[in-house]
Design a protein around this ligand. Structure first.
Ligand SMILES: O=c1[nH]c(NC[C@H](O)[C@H](O)[C@H](O)CO)c([N+](=O)[O-])c(=O)[nH]1
Length: 163
């Protein structure tokens, strides 16, 4: 049984056979790209999931993530989905509405579909906060790429869902 820092013992062979869908937005693209790369490098390096087992799809913004997740899950070939988006309050006129709506909708798509949907939307008050949570902070402190944690959650929930 393999072990990682992010969760306990798990079946490494089953993990490396998982099919993962990553959906990311085009808003705040520098931050979203770093998060996507964190997810991909964690899935392929930490969990040895072949890059060919991972589909990556783009959507305009966070508001589109639930619809795209639901639509693509209908293909029925994924063990988990990681939607990625970034909402920055300072730069988003309807920050609360989009983040509230997208959060609840993503939760519901996961519950209704029976496929784990990870919450990969950063809702930050400032751009620096978002940069830090993508591991690309502009100051001395680069921060921690939350994409790594989202990949770990996707693997753990996909294996849990397989029973
Ligand atoms: O992903 C984001 N979408 C944003 N808006 C677009 C929205 O998600 C939809 O794509 C758009 O409203 C079209 O439906 C943002 N802002 O408004 O600032 C944002 O910060 N992040």
């Amino acid at each position: 049984k393999a072990k990682t820092l992010t969760h306990g013992a798990y079946d490494a062979a089953a993990a490396s056979a998982l099919k993962i869908l990553v959906i990311h937005t085009r808003w705040n693209v520098e931050i979203v790209s770093a998060l996507r790369d964190g997810v991909l490098s964690s899935l392929t390096n930490q969990y040895a999931i072949p890059r060919s087992n991972i589909d990556v799809v783009e959507v305009p913004g966070a508001f589109e993530l639930p619809f795209a997740t639901k639509a693509l899950l209908k293909q029925g070939k994924y063990d988990a989905v990681i939607p990625i988006g970034v909402l920055i309050k300072g730069a988003t006129v309807h920050f609360e509405y989009i983040s509230e709506a997208a959060t609840h909708a993503l939760m519901n798509v996961g519950l209704e579909s029976g496929t784990p949907v990870i919450f990969g939307i950063l809702t930050c008050l400032t751009e620096e906060q978002a940069l830090q949570r993508a591991g690309i902070g502009r100051g001395e402190e680069k921060g921690h790429n939350h994409g790594i944690d989202w990949a770990a959650a996707a693997v753990e929930m996909a294996l849990l869902n397989q029973g």
